[in-house]
Design a protein around this ligand. Structure first.
Ligand code: GLU
Length: 472
């Protein structure tokens, strides 16, 4: 069995596209010997760019979705074989065959004529459909119009009695009638083949046996079935995935710049978080833990794909981010925190820093904030902290400063501070946190004191004494 992902490089992959890629990869891997193929659908030269093509490849690899055949793999020239831009001659050959065998005919109707016909059909309460104007043109008339400089499109002939029905892997049996489809264009007047024509030819010639793709392509499927049958080419089994809807209830779309994989990656989401989140968008897993690609694949069952639309829920994604962060190795987290953070943490304290803050952050910018808070010589304290500092008074901080200079360990220090100040619970901890870190929430204090070093800690508490005595 062979599945595929066939993105059009007209934007960055959004979560909906990434889920389609992932489901195809999981489906192939779930079959053991399945192959997952990547094909670049850049037949629309105006909207496709090389930069987006490269970005798609890079983002899929980053996500951990790997293909065994197709574009961008080492070895043969994958640009002529697995991009549509490299396959123009092949499409032309199949288009000519359809025309020669009477399955397709030249159509001279201009866009204006077609638009006018649609208006009339709508006014008469009929669905817009090609009325067959050029269907029966005789050869001499075609010759005459061609000689007169008219440039036709090529239209596929659909028999009104045709029944291009199929069983959808996700939506069950689907029935269509040729009469409802009407003859459709497979080569535009500018010579370009229709996107869904190239797409069907490629699937057949590349030996794709199963296609999972967005529901937005469902209306192409009966046309593609008719084309492949006319050419005697194999028809894949299709499954149309329900759309992924954004907060506004509208489908996520590349062109609208909706949550791209790249944007989420730049924010610091872990690939494992996205992989686990996406795998569960419309497919239930009994294991709620963070799973590897292999484990997700073993439990993947195509009939478990839900047919109701899935919604993008940032809170769910945040949940997987937390799990992924919790399971990441310290070295990985250190890299993930980014250059700026790494430059601020003193040599020798790297892993201590990671261990201290990992439970209190979700993204690299929060790690940077902690590095700044701990290792800058000047500390900005937020308003709530200043308030707590004022409430606890100079005596608390003077006492804490003295005890801190005799620091042995955190537990001993806190016990002595409690005895000396008579403060307990929040009243004991909060002023210390406010004085040392400038904010009221964060990682445990004991490792933070170690990271600060007693000298720096003493200095920060002294600052509080000065604030309270009005010297600052
Ligand atoms: N190139 C199409 C797209 O990006 C995919 C079509 C398909 O999966 O069959 O929407």
């Amino acid at each position: 069995m062979k599945t595929r992902f066939a993105p059009s490089p007209s934007g960055y992959l959004h979560l909906g596209n990434a889920r389609t890629a992932l489901f195809n990869a999981l489906f192939a891997a779930s079959e053991g010997d399945g192959t997952f193929l990547l094909r670049i659908e850049d037949s629309d030269a105006e909207r496709s760019t090389v930069d987006y093509r490269d970005a798609i490849v890079e983002d899929l690899r980053w996500l951990g979705v790997h293909w065994q055949e197709g574009y961008g793999l080492k070895g043969a020239d994958t640009t002529t074989t697995y991009t549509q831009a490299g396959r123009g001659a092949l499409y032309a050959e199949y288009l000519s065959r359809l025309e020669a065998e009477g399955h397709a005919y030249p159509c001279f109707c201009t866009p204006e004529i077609l638009a006018g016909q649609r208006v009339e059909q709508r006014a008469a309460g009929k669905p817009p459909r090609y009325p067959g104007t050029c269907r029966h043109l005789k050869a001499p008339e075609i010759e005459r119009r061609l000689a007169g400089g008219e440039v036709p499109a090529l239209r596929f002939r659909v028999e009104p009695a045709a029944k291009p029905d199929f069983d959808d892997l996700v939506r069950g049996s689907q029935a269509f009638r040729g009469a409802d489809i009407g003859d459709f264009i497979i080569r535009r007047a500018d010579g370009g083949p229709a996107f869904f024509f190239c797409n069907a030819i490629d699937d057949a010639l590349m030996g794709v046996s199963h296609v999972l793709r967005g529901e937005d392509h469902l209306s192409n499927t009966p046309r593609q079935l008719l084309l492949l049958q006319a050419l005697g080419l194999p028809v894949p089994i299709y499954g149309h995935l329900p759309l992924l809807l954004g907060d506004n209830g509208k489908p996520l779309s590349k062109r609208l710049g909706d949550v791209s994989l790249r944007a989420l990656r730049e924010l610091g989401y872990f690939p494992e978080a996205l992989l686990n989140y996406l795998a569960r968008l419309g497919h239930a897993y009994t294991d709620n833990g963070l799973l590897s690609f292999g484990d997700l694949a073993s439990a993947f069952q195509v009939h478990k794909i839900a047919s109701a639309p899935a919604h993008y829920d940032p809170a769910q994604l945040a949940h997987w981010q937390k799990l992924a962060l919790g399971e990441a190795e310290e070295g990985v987290l250190w890299e993930w925190m980014g250059k700026e953070t790494r430059a601020r943490v003193p040599v020798g304290q790297e892993m201590q820093f990671v261990a201290a803050i990992r439970g209190n952050i979700r993204f690299p910018d929060e790690a940077l904030a902690w590095a700044e808070r701990l290792f800058s010589t000047t500390l900005e304290r937020d308003d709530e902290s200043l308030e707590i500092i004022r409430e606890s008074g100079a005596n608390y901080f003077q006492t804490a400063t003295v005890l801190l200079s005799e620091y042995v360990d955190f537990k001993n220090f806190m016990a002595r501070l409690r005895d000396a100040t008579g403060c307990q619970g929040k009243a004991l901890f909060q002023p210390l946190r406010a004085g040392l870190t400038g904010c009221l929430s964060g990682p445990e204090l004991a490792p933070l004191v170690l990271l600060l070093g007693t000298e720096q800690a003493v200095q920060r508490l002294n600052e509080c004494v000065h604030i309270l005595k009005g010297k600052r």
